[in-house]
Design a protein around this ligand. Structure first.
Ligand SMILES: Cc1cc2nc3c(=O)[nH]c(=O)nc-3n(C[C@H](O)[C@H](O)[C@H](O)COP(=O)(O)OP(=O)(O)OC[C@H]3O[C@@H](n4cnc5c(N)ncnc54)[C@H](O)[C@@H]3O)c2cc1C
Length: 505
């Protein structure tokens, strides 16, 4: 299985291909775009409720962040209950508490109904403060949780060898193997009569009176409703102004001896570190995550892994780092996800984005919310997560216009490429953005000496891409589009690759 990065995640070996011949020349009830936890959960729910669904995935199932997550199933979120009370009021914060419970129930029901072996385990969570500042934060978090009736109890013991000042224990959390889970959901979806088309990039849509016409890399696909479960909707949308892309790093370590902490742990460092264990091929591994930063804001992303590894080695008796990978998530501007009708659409297109580090839960609840919206069933979370709560921003019009006027003409000759290469002066494995005659080029030299020269302007909103040395990708700091060294799309919202500068000879 492939993932949207060069490094292999701990889950990656599990995925399989779901390619089959599908007659796309028919009207579907719903086309779900995106083969991560959100898309597959939604497609299955809709199919089981009687809709004829097709799931379209640009690469393969699990290619996006679901293949690079750490899959804690926690019902306390990156946006704390205290923050939610402040920003959305006590009643809404109480509603948020039920999201975690309900999403967990959906996951448990799916596991039961489809007999899924996905290493699901109930766990206890521990939040711990390492200094005085974090201690204040923890008190605030626990107070907020108490106000909404979410259980967090102070404790003097944590099962992690990290010195702490104050800690709280949170019962009834869980974890699972995300790819085993979505793979089984995809199989259940096919068994229920659904269709899956992989390697199918959705490039644009046109909403008509009775249906939506999707233009894809496999041809036109028509559906009465479309769900963009693409982590951030593709193309140009106001939601791109309301969500910032971040990268987070994870390493799975083998430890010396057998002292693996069996529960879930989170410190309150900014950005925080998170821990869990996972058994892979009969061996326990400690997965630690953290070192988050805005996408494109750190070029030496290898250093983020070093920092994470050094941090973990300080406290744990590490034997070896067995897997290390990074992935992307989206921070919504007001702290809560956007789930519902796609802004700008007239009611046939839905989306789910802005999950922060809680997409296992929010992706799962999205399946219920979007299914209810399509079936015209009232949903209690509909208003809380309504993307229409965002206010249109000045500048959105210009943004769209700029997007429409992008013109490409970059077929260059050998001398030109040599000039760019010499300006870049790269060693094998290095990359750089260079300016030449008012234009900007992204150059990568692979080991063996071959250079790849691309136009460095992201076709989505014309920002300049930046090098991600750990995942060997060009990442856009504005909205999180990512490309491989050939300019091919790894991550949306772009629906066009980076323009490659080809040698004419
Ligand atoms: C390192 C890390 C650790 C995390 N840990 C946790 C955790 O412990 N618990 C938790 O709850 N959450 C966690 N999260 C967040 C969570 O993993 C994500 O929010 C979640 O996986 C998002 O799932 P998704 O299905 O919405 O998107 P994705 O899994 O990204 O799936 C979207 C899919 O859409 C496809 N796609 C995109 N554009 C198009 C297009 N135009 N046409 C066709 N297909 C397209 C992509 O190829 C991709 O496969 C973590 C995130 C990171 C980065």
């Amino acid at each position: 299985m492939n993932r949207d990065g060069a490094r292999k995640s701990i889950w990656q070996e599990e995925i399989k291909t779901f390619s089959a011949d599908v007659d796309i020349d028919q009207l579907f009830d719903v086309a779900v775009v995106g083969g991560g936890i959100t898309g597959i959960s939604t497609a299955l729910k809709l199919q089981l409720s009687g809709k004829k669904c097709i799931l379209l995935e640009a690469a393969n199932i699990g290619f996006g962040t679901t293949g690079g997550t750490t899959a804690h199933l926690n019902d306390f979120f990156d946006t704390t209950y205290a923050q939610a009370i402040k920003d959305f009021g006590l009643n809404n914060a109480k509603l948020l508490k039920f999201v975690g419970i309900e999403a967990n129930n959906i996951i448990k029901n799916n596991i039961r109904e489809f007999n899924i072996d996905c290493d699901y385990e109930k766990k206890t969570g521990y939040l711990f403060a390492l200094d005085e500042k974090q201690e204040k934060q923890l008190i605030d978090i626990v107070d907020g949780a108490a106000q909404v009736g979410h259980q967090m109890i102070y404790t003097n013991d944590i099962p992690f060898p990290v010195p702490f000042k104050k800690a709280a224990v949170i019962p009834d959390q869980a974890q699972f193997h995300p790819v085993k889970y979505i793979k089984a959901l995809a199989e259940a979806f096919l068994n229920a009569g659904g269709f899956i088309v992989e390697n199918c990039l959705c490039e644009s849509h046109e909403e008509q009176e009775e249906e939506v016409i999707l233009t894809t890399s496999k041809g036109i696909i028509k559906a009465k409703n479309v769900v963009y479960a693409t982590h951030i909707p593709p193309g140009v949308n106001i939601l791109h102004f309301m969500n910032a892309p971040y990268r987070s790093y994870a390493i799975a370590f083998s430890l010396n001896g057998d002292h693996y902490p069996k529960d879930l742990g989170y410190d309150l460092v900014d950005p925080y570190h998170y821990y869990r264990i996972q058994e892979i091929n009969g061996e326990n591994l400690l997965i630690a995550g953290g070192e988050d930063h805005k996408t494109g804001h750190t070029e030496d992303t290898g250093e983020c892994f070093s920092k994470l590894e050094n941090y973990v080695r300080e406290y744990f008796d590490v034997n070896a780092a067995v897997y290390s990978w990074s992935s992307q998530y989206y921070e919504p501007v007001d702290g809560l996800p956007y789930i519902g009708k796609l802004p700008g659409s007239n009611g046939k297109i839905f989306t789910a984005t802005g999950f922060r580090g809680n997409g296992m839960i929010f992706g799962t609840i999205s399946s219920q919310i979007i299914c209810d919206l399509i079936l015209n069933i009232p949903n209690k979370y509909e208003k809380l997560f309504d993307p229409a709560r965002i206010k249109p921003m000045a500048g959105a019009g210009t943004f769209v216009k700029e997007q429409a006027s992008v013109v490409f003409d970059f077929i260059k000759d050998k001398i030109f490429i040599e000039k760019i290469e010499s300006l870049a002066e790269l060693k094998d494995g290095q990359a750089k953005v260079v300016k030449h005659e008012g234009e900007s080029y992204a150059v990568y030299k692979e080991s063996g000496g071959k250079s790849h020269v691309l136009k460095s302007t992201c076709p989505h909103a014309l920002c300049e891409v930046r090098w991600n040395s750990a995942e060997i990708s060009w990442d856009c700091p504005c909205h999180g589009s990512r490309f491989n060294v050939n300019g091919k799309i790894l991550t949306g919202p772009t629906v066009k690759g980076l323009q490659r500068i080809e040698n004419k000879n």
